[in-house]
Design a protein around this ligand. Structure first.
Ligand SMILES: Cc1cc2nc3c(=O)[nH]c(=O)nc-3n(C[C@H](O)[C@H](O)[C@H](O)COP(=O)(O)O)c2cc1C
Length: 172
């Protein structure tokens, strides 16, 4: 049996090395939206995953300073909109890279709603309309668990999807 006290200290990767490794992983790009008393809000996110299909459940990890996070927690609802391959500009807008804030981020695309009232991008590859069911703080982020109560997005055969890899957007 190994004496754990005699093991060499485990080398924790530097944050920058971790980010470089994660940059090699291709991720689908989503805009996570919600609706609050001050109107619609949303942010670009890649930290999204499917959790279960019974009941349909997803998660998204959001940095705690995010303004959208506060609105989601107050409203208890959000929608994950998976972006089509051509729409890297919308990802830039919702990542606060165009100086456009709040409701104005929604001005240039058609939106609709499903069950919760959260904005649904009309030409999303897929949209997952969610009721917030649980939250968990981990490190700098908050993990939001959502039960999917509506599905939307482009009904026709899906076109390309937007991914982020090596710090660049690509259509696949
Ligand atoms: C490709 C890409 C992926 C991102 N993924 C996430 C994410 O998963 N979670 C997160 O909290 N922020 C993520 N961000 C950063 C947010 O979009 C950004 O901080 C945004 O300004 C937050 O807006 P808000 O404060 O209005 O909510 C991502 C940004 C980019 C460009």
């Amino acid at each position: 049996m190994t004496d754990t006290l005699s093991l060499p200290p485990r080398a924790t990767p530097e944050a920058a090395s971790f980010r470089d490794a994660m940059a090699r992983v291709a991720s689908a790009v989503h805009v996570v939206t919600t609706l609050g008393p001050a109107g619609r809000a949303g942010l670009t996110a890649t930290a999204v995953a499917s959790v279960s299909d019974n009941p349909p459940t997803v998660l998204v990890c959001i940095a705690r300073p995010s303004r959208t996070l506060a609105v989601i927690e107050a409203s208890g609802l959000f929608c994950i909109n998976t972006l089509p391959g051509a729409d890297h500009e919308l990802a830039e807008i919702f990542a606060s890279r165009r100086g456009i804030e709040g409701e104005a981020r929604f001005a240039t695309r058609p939106w609709t709603t499903l069950a919760t009232g959260a904005p649904v991008l009309s030409d999303a590859v897929a949209a997952f309309d969610c009721r917030l069911t649980a939250v968990q703080d981990v490190a700098t982020h908050r993990i939001l668990i959502g039960e999917v109560v509506g599905l939307g997005g482009a009904a026709a055969a899906p076109g390309s999807s937007l991914i982020y890899r090596q710090r660049q957007f690509q259509a696949v």
